[in-house]
Design a protein around this ligand. Structure first.
Ligand code: SF4
Length: 751
């Protein structure tokens, strides 16, 4: 530091521009953010930043920041105090609620919030009494979630950016990471360098990513399924599929084969424009270089048949036997920095945090976590049945203002709109949106910047702009595309008059009179709820996807101990377990004290069950099979699981609220016997509420094994239908498949 100017402090944060999750080293002097460097030891960015990431300081300090609360009066913006703004907005909302019910206010949250704030926005909407809450994920990867979750369970990236170093081939479709996720391309190029991995890029446009390709496939827009089936045609025709893998782990491939048989080279070329000879080359590259990974982004999802596209990509990987393997998997690149986290935390009109569907059991679960009286919570909704009905998706909120009632479960009478960190730049039907904005009684924009939401309309009154602090002016956890939670520290205090989003939530809750309830488990210092307590609260409730082991303390420790990641070298040197250098990717089971390392590769076929291997999920009865959260099918009844850790399981199940019929003596005996050498049998015939674990170890011995029954008090609700269903009328131009039949093909993963 220059003499007399104070020391320069380096504060670690995470880039807010995309989902790669690059570490930012912010240089702060006398409380002022003066410079930045990429995190040199970060496994996420390998010492690099892209141009977007390199400008986050300028972005945060930008001239366009909203500096103080404003309201529009007679077509002009007027500066107001926070107190005035909250009072006026609150009074107006309470009037609207009185007249039109709680569903008439729409809370549009954000993938730019950190996990704690995202969770709070969802919880806030519940306490207000509506499911009219959503965020950007609805517009970007909701088709991925539907397609992928219905194929193997979780709607998320299965591997990670770093894991692409292990890939023997990389297949990118509907993505241009060289521009959208620039640092991710470092990982891709590393695979090329290290493994001589061929890069195949399928895109109607020749992009900067395509410029790196060994094989560039230009295909007609919207014909992804035909293209993938065309590749599969060569694979099946030549018997190149991984037959043993399919036999062991995949259902329904025969039906796929029958469908694929229609996609001979001539037919595929007619639809996609790609010659059969090129697709044969692509098939061969993928077959000869296994495991390879498939990468996609919004070019694959933002279609009316996006579900089908994502489903087709999954099928390709299953046919090649690439799932559940390092270097394989489906690496689905998310958009915003925390779009994965905001989705996980339920800022959606059809789920609660942790993908709990809207049903009594879910609400009871969360009411218990929140320490809330379930009946009081239900009473906040206009009608109890609306508690379990989907809200209006963000892609159609304006229909709820303009007129349409068809296909909506909710009263569609939207009178007030809160854009809480959302700008509709990428949405369609902007004309309708503008008209709807002009018809609203109240429009509130909470954002660090005056976004499109603030200026799209021609209103002259009833608009408020509240300046939110950026993520560099607060702290908390953020989930990268690879499911890893990382921890951001505060770089500088909120600039100008801006306030962090969780503070704004507190102020609004106070105005509405439910702040004591909303923050019952959370310490509040003045008007600021403690972020760490919010993390701890969702840690207690998110066991469907293993958001339970990532405590603030653990996440801080991980952030402080990043090191350049190279799995092979680390392993050769006895380095820490997978996951330790990724942040903590979910599922990270159990409590923080249990030390689960997180799951770097989902459905890993090489790991023991207790370390995140295949079927680990089923131990807790949270397997998702098609539309149901049931274990049957993906974990055959009575199947034997090797390398179980009964004492770990017992402790975990107990912490999570399950009860067993084990006596104290039996429990002690099993623990003393060293459960990690045991095999057990799981009998899921009782469904999710009854998980019977047959402990085949001492003190019983195999001969004396008895079934221990674990029970959970509430039923877990069924997973709801995906929102987006393919629309034949919009893809009528080319002859493809029967959408409904396609969606129902039982291509599920089995252990
Ligand atoms: Fe930020 Fe993404 Fe660029 Fe990394 S790749 S620096 S996260 S914008």
């Amino acid at each position: 530091a220059a003499a007399g100017k104070g020391a320069v402090e380096i504060i670690k944060s995470v880039c807010t521009h995309c989902s790669v999750g690059c570490t930012v080293l912010a240089e702060v002097q006398n409380g002022v953010w003066i410079g930045q460097e990429p995190g040199w030891d970060s496994p996420f960015n390998l010492g690099a930043h892209c141009a977007k990431g390199a400008s986050v300081r300028e972005h945060a300090h930008g001239e366009r920041r909203l500096k103080y609360p404003m309201k529009m009066v007679g077509g002009k913006w007027e500066r107001v105090s926070w107190e005035t703004a909250i009072n006026e907005i609150g009074d107006k909302m309470l009037q609207i609620r009185e007249k039109s019910g709680p569903d008439s206010v729409y809370w549009l949250g954000s993938a730019k919030h950190n996990n704690e704030q995202a969770y709070l926005v969802r919880k806030f909407a519940a306490y207000w009494g509506t499911n009219n809450v959503d965020h950007q994920a609805r517009i970007c990867h909701s088709t991925t979630v539907a397609g992928v979750a219905n194929t193997w369970g979780y709607g998320a990236m299965t591997n990670s950016y770093n894991d692409m170093h292990n890939s023997k081939a990389i297949f990118i479709i509907g993505g241009n990471p060289a521009e959208a996720h620039p640092v991710s391309l470092l990982h891709v190029l590393k695979a090329k360098e290290q493994n001589n991995a061929p890069l195949i890029v399928c895109d109607p446009r020749f992009t900067r990513t395509a410029a790196h390709a060994d094989e560039y496939v230009r295909f007609r827009p919207g014909t992804d399924v035909a293209l993938i089936f065309g590749i599969l045609w060569h694979i099946f025709e030549n018997g190149w599929e991984d037959k043993e893998y399919i036999r062991q782990r995949v259902w329904g491939m025969d039906q796929i084969k029958a469908e694929v048989a229609k996609w001979n080279p001539e037919e595929t070329e007619r639809v996609t424009g790609v010659p059969g000879s090129q697709l044969k080359r692509v098939a061969r590259l993928m077959v000869n270089n296994r495991p390879g990974t498939v990468v996609w982004c919004m070019g694959g999802t933002q279609h009316t048949n996006g579900n089908n596209n994502t489903r087709a990509y999954c099928i390709l990987q299953l046919a090649l036997g690439n799932m559940g393997k390092e270097g394989g998997g489906t690496n689905i690149f998310r958009g915003h920095d925390n779009v994965q986290g905001a989705t996980d935390l339920g800022v959606l009109q059809n789920t609660l945090p942790g993908y709990y569907g809207l049903a009594d059991g879910s609400w009871k679960h969360w009411a218990r976590v929140w320490g809330e009286d379930y009946d009081w919570l239900a009473g906040r909704f206009a009608d109890k049945k609306l508690m379990n009905a989907d809200g209006i998706p963000v892609s159609r909120w304006f229909d709820g203002v303009l007129e349409a009632k068809e296909n909506m479960d909710q009263p569609d009478n939207i009178r007030a709109m809160v854009f809480w960190g959302h700008a509709p730049n990428s949405q369609t039907r902007l004309k309708d949106m503008k008209a709807a904005m002009e018809k609203l009684d109240l429009l509130v924009v909470i954002d660090p910047y005056p976004t499109v939401s603030a200026v799209l309309h021609d209103r002259t009154d009833g608009v408020y702009l509240l300046p939110a602090a950026t993520q560099f002016e607060t702290y908390g956890s953020v989930t990268a595309s690879n499911r890893s939670l990382q921890w951001r520290e505060t770089v500088v205090k909120p600039l100008f008059e801006s306030k962090p989003d969780h503070v704004i939530a507190f102020l609004l809750a106070k105005k509405f009179g439910f702040e004591d309830r909303l923050f019952r488990n959370i310490k509040v210092n003045g008007e600021e709820p403690l972020i760490e307590d919010l993390t701890r609260e969702f840690n207690r409730g998110m066991w469907t996807i293993g958001y339970t082991g990532q405590s603030p303390e653990r996440l801080r420790l991980h952030m402080a101990n990043q090191a350049t990641f190279d799995r092979t070298t680390l392993r050769a040197n006895g380095g820490p377990a997978d996951g330790e250098f990724y942040g903590l990717p979910w599922p990270c089971w159990g409590t923080a004290e249990m030390g689960h390392p997180g799951s770097a590769v989902l459905y890993n076929v090489d790991l023991p069950v207790a370390e995140g291997g295949m079927g680990f999920r089923a131990r807790f009865g949270v397997e998702r099979n098609g539309d149901n959260l049931l274990a049957e099918g993906s974990w055959p009844v009575g199947s034997e699981i090797e390398d179980g850790y009964p004492e770990f399981t017992m402790a975990m199940l107990k912490k999570l609220g399950w009860d067993s019929d084990l006596t104290d003596d039996e429990r002690k005996a099993i623990e003393a016997a060293g459960g990690d050498k045991c095999n057990w049998k799981i009998d899921l015939s009782g469904g999710i509420q009854r998980v019977a674990i047959k402990h085949g170890c001492a003190p019983y011995g195999n001969a004396k094994a008895r079934t221990v029954v674990w029970t959970f008090p509430d039923p877990i609700p069924a997973h709801r239908e995906p929102l987006y269903t393919p629309r034949r009328d919009l893809v009528a131009d080319y002859p493809t498949y029967d959408d409904r039949k396609f969606m129902r093909l039982p291509t599920l993963y089995k252990s």
